[in-house]
Design a protein around this ligand. Structure first.
Ligand SMILES: Nc1ncnc2c1ncn2[C@@H]1O[C@H](COP(=O)(O)OP(=O)(O)OP(=O)(O)O)[C@@H](O)[C@H]1O
Length: 261
């Protein structure tokens, strides 16, 4: 991570706010901090927060760049605020947003997995369970992942980048509760195409990183997804048919494309 950006973020936040860099993606730089933006009394507690910063892109015209950053930061913040209100749906709570400067402050989710398996996202969790891939715990967790996606789609929201790294697992008693993160490409959408693409992106992500067990894993995810629709009567059953049909079509298109190279 470039020191230039760390210095810039430190200057913006002031020295009172400690930051630890976590990741630098194509779109944003993510830090963790133990300081709440409005509640300084949380200092010294074990609370952790996320600061997501979208740095300026030098190759873009400065005014266009600023407008885009503002738009994307606001889009992600608005979506998170709305999604947080949907009963049963798990996303990080939005704490603060400075869209003009490209900052979002979020609730920190997840933890480090034991034995060096890394952060508790779905990808690492499945690696951790590579020796017991068909355990009840894996099945139950993937079922819950499917339910989260089902709830998101049933409420007409789409994720836009649904990979196994963008699903964070939070310890919940003896099990794990999946939370969806990174709504930078998210949207309000009732289009079956967007929903089909979300399902396809996750299916491909699991196939590429956990190919040995992918078929079973994806089947469990789809069971959870379908359950959300089937619990909603005739309307749910009808909508599920539409989404499933489009999901098959998206898959077929993907296969044709990869055959053609
Ligand atoms: N609320 C959160 N709690 C804990 N960790 C988080 C949270 N939000 C983001 N992260 C961590 O930061 C990483 C990057 O976050 P995010 O995916 O939102 O940024 P991004 O720039 O869009 O990433 P990428 O370009 O890699 O998709 C995540 O994979 C995760 O490890």
């Amino acid at each position: 991570m470039t020191q230039e950006f760390i210095d810039k973020v430190s200057e913006y936040l002031t020295q009172d706010i400690n930051i630890t860099p976590i990741s630098q993606g194509a779109e944003a730089i993510v830090f963790s901090t133990t300081t709440h933006p409005y509640l300084p009394e949380t200092k010294g507690t074990h609370e952790k927060y996320i600061i997501k910063y979208r740095p300026p892109k030098r190759y873009r015209h400065p005014q266009i760049d600023q407008a885009l950053t503002k738009h994307r930061t606001l889009n992600e913040s608005r979506l998170l605020a709305k999604l947080h209100l949907i009963p049963g749906l798990c996303v990080p709570q939005l704490i603060a947003c400075d869209s003009y400067n490209g900052y979002i402050w979020l609730e920190f989710l997840g933890e480090d997995l034991p034995e060096g398996y890394g952060f508790s996202n779905l990808k690492n969790f499945l690696w951790m369970h590579d020796k017991d891939p068909y355990s009840d715990l894996v099945a139950a967790t993937l079922h819950k992942v499917g339910r989260q996606i089902g709830l998101l789609h049933w409420n007409d929201y789409c994720h836009g980048d649904l990979t196994s790294s963008n699903i964070v697992l939070v310890k919940d008693g003896a099990g794990w509760m999946p939370h969806l993160i990174d709504f930078g490409l998210g949207s309000v959408s009732n289009l079956v195409e967007d929903k089909g693409v979300d399902l396809y992106v996750l299916e491909r992500a699991i196939l590429s990183t956990h190919s040995k067990h992918a078929e079973r894993y994806n089947a469990w995810i789809m069971e959870g997804f379908e359950a959300v629709y089937l619990e909603r009567g005739a309307k749910g059953t009808k909508k599920l048919k539409e989404v499933s049909k489009r999901f098959q079509e998206v898959r077929l298109r993907g296969r044709k494309r990869s055959m053609l190279g």
